[in-house]
Ligand binder design. Structure first.
Ligand code: NAP
Length: 242
């Protein structure tokens, strides 16, 4: 019987690193992505060539309500039961407070909070008993974000969701946890100017960004450890202690 994990935003960055880590342990994967089909296909090939697992990719834009049904139907049609569901895809908006529109605020809230809640509601019956759900939160859901009000607020909501969902997932025998990464060296961060990156590094005790692979092991532990439930694990290189 194939062990299966679905990772939203699983084709790049943190999601891809989690996918590699799980493929190494024999998990087959469903990786969703927003728009970049070429990268998704490259990731799929890389994983299937490197490991003895099945890897499926699916375009499912988390800003689009219709993609909830796309994922739900895909799991049903392919008769996939999941050992874990990783809600990792997230978006941001850096518009200043004074210029933030209600539409943008709602778009980010939808993608980061509403989408995982209602996708989970749609697919909860496709997660095996004893399985688990893992959310990607953020250190910026613990400390206020210096620029994006909506990003920090939605990530705080994600952390609250993890704790509030425990009660609702216990009847299904499903655990739920989260990871709150600090600054991880993915495309998301690589596009920042060198000076801003240096400022960030100067605030981290370990003086460097996290490698996606270093984070991936934490997701695997949350998926496999049967007693972790309702936790949000901060992985920030000692950001708070410098
Ligand atoms: N990097 C950090 O420092 C950091 C820190 C804390 C938390 N996080 C969180 O970690 C998660 C992943 O970030 P990352 O740094 O790994 O980003 P990334 O390297 O840019 O990768 C993003 C992944 O998410 C997908 N994605 C983007 N927009 C999407 C959408 N609207 N719908 C569905 N999928 C979408 C991308 O696919 P396409 O390219 O095809 O759209 C890609 O697979 C996010 O929730 C982010 O908030 C990141």
């Amino acid at each position: 019987m194939n062990k299966y994990v679905c990772i939203t935003g699983g084709t790049k960055g943190i999601g891809k690193a989690v996918a590699i880590c799980l493929a190494q342990s024999g998990y087959s994967l469903l990786l969703t992505y927003g728009s970049d089909q070429a990268s998704a296909e490259k990731t799929r090939q890389e994983l299937e060539e490197g490991y003895d697992v099945k890897v499926l990719t699916l375009k499912a834009d988390s800003t689009d309500r219709a993609s909830i049904e796309v994922v739900g139907q895909f799991l049903e049609v392919n008769d996939i039961l999941l050992d874990a569901m990783v809600f990792n895809a997230g978006i941001t908006c850096r518009d200043p407070f004074e210029e933030m529109s209600l539409e943008e605020w709602e778009r980010v809230f939808f993608a980061n909070v509403h989408y995982p809640v209602f996708l989970l509601q749609r697919i909860v019956g496709r997660i095996r008993k004893g399985g688990s759900v893992v959310f990607t939160g953020s250190l910026m859901g613990v400390h206020p974000h210096s620029v994006s009000l909506v990003y920090g607020t939605t990530k705080s909501a994600v952390h609250a969701l993890v704790r509030n969902l425990v009660k609702h997932l216990t009847p299904y025998d499903i655990r739920v946890n989260g990871v709150a990464p600090g600054f991880v060296d993915t495309e998301w961060q690589k596009t920042k100017p060198a000076e801003i990156r240096r400022n960030i590094e100067n605030k981290i005790s370990l003086n460097r960004f996290c490698e996606p692979g270093e984070l991936a092991e934490v997701y695997k532990m949350l998926i496999e450890n049967n007693y972790l439930n309702g936790e949000v694990i901060v992985v920030d290189g000692g950001y708070s202690y410098k």
